[in-house]
Structures are given as C-alpha cells and as structure tokens.
Design a protein around this ligand. Structure first.
Ligand SMILES: [Zn+2]
Length: 188
C-alpha cells in the first residue's frame, strides 16, 4: 500500500487535525523524517494553508486541536504541538504529551522556541519590558483597594513582570507595591 493510501485509511478520509473532509491532501511533515506514513498527516486545505503560512493563522479554526492533540499518531500530535506553540497556547502545550523523540521532531522547525512561547510584556509604544526596567505612567491610575491615585508622570523603578499575563507588571508607587497595566506605561 502506498504512503498516501495508508494515511488516508488511517485517518478515515478526514483531516486529522480538524476532521474536515474537504480538499484533503496527504502532507509530509517538515523536515521529512523518511519513515513513510508515520511522517505524514492527512490534512484539509484550510489547515494546510495555515500550517504553511503563519500570517494566515485563524485562532478560531484551531480549537480543533482540543481533540486532535490526543491523537494516537505522532505526526498529528507533532503538528498540533507546533500550531499550539505558534499560538502560544501554554495551557494546552502543558497538556499535550509527546514522547522524547516526537518532542524533538516537533521542535525541529523552531516553532515554540523559548522566545516564541514566552509571554512578552510591552509598553504603550510596543517596547519590550524586562524585570528591573523603569517606567513612567502615562495616565492617572486608581490603585485597586485604596483611595490612592498613581499620577501620570510617576516614575516606577525596578518593575517586576507578571509571568502569567503579558498585560500586567508590578512596581512600587509611594512605597506601595501595585499592579500596573502595561499599556499605561512608557519605558524610560
Ligand atoms: Zn483540517
């Protein structure tokens, strides 16, 4: 049986990522690992277009990975992992399980390099913020749980980053540690 037939039968003639039956194609996962059907998936044109062109990524389409990430086929899981990494879906990346060998394969294209999956904090100008940076508030901000207002123009030195949320940093204003939204600050 040819690789194409084998993959088609394995997949029940459906896209192995989203279950669609439209415009299916047996696709060899890059870079090729030359292990026949093992290295291929059956995929629809919608999935394939987005796999090949990150600019076309439509996050809504990839809810399908909730199911396909549990596939019994490594090729499917590798592709699911890469798409999750590309979308920085850390919750799901923590859940998907790949054997060491498949994990290396998944990472072979550089998708999900540390930088790509890491949460990046940016100020109001899109400048990347790092722990220890100093920022200035660009807006009067009420401080949660107090009557204090942190005034526009206030300098906040030695910020720390919220590692769960790219929109939040923390820093001291008037001796009080407060949470600040990144879009209201400017790096100095
Ligand atoms: Zn598909």
């Amino acid at each position: 049986m040819s690789i194409v037939n084998e993959v088609q039968e394995r997949s029940d003639y459906k896209c192995e990522l989203c279950n669609s039956t439209d415009n299916l194609k047996v696709y060899e996962i890059q870079p090729p690992i030359n292990r026949g059907a093992y290295g291929n998936i059956n995929t629809c044109s919608t999935c394939l277009e987005q796999i090949e062109d990150p600019e076309k990524m439509d996050a809504n389409h990839w809810h399908c990975l909730n199911d396909s990430m549990w596939s019994e086929h490594d090729a499917v899981k590798v592709m699911a992992w890469r798409m999750l990494a590309r979308q920085k879906s850390q919750d799901m990346l923590d859940m998907i399980y790949l054997e060491d060998e498949a994990q290396k394969w998944a990472e072979a294209t550089g998708e999900g390099d540390d930088d790509a999956v890491k949460i990046v904090h940016k100020d109001s100008n899109g400048v990347t913020l790092q722990a220890g940076d100093s920022v200035v508030l660009i807006k009067d901000l009420p401080v949660k749980g107090s009557s204090m207002i942190a005034k526009r123009g206030t300098a906040v030195r030695r910020i720390s980053l919220d590692h769960e949320n790219a929109e939040y940093i923390e820093g001291k204003v008037d001796g009080q540690q407060i949470v600040i939204i990144t879009k209201y600050v400017k790096k100095t």
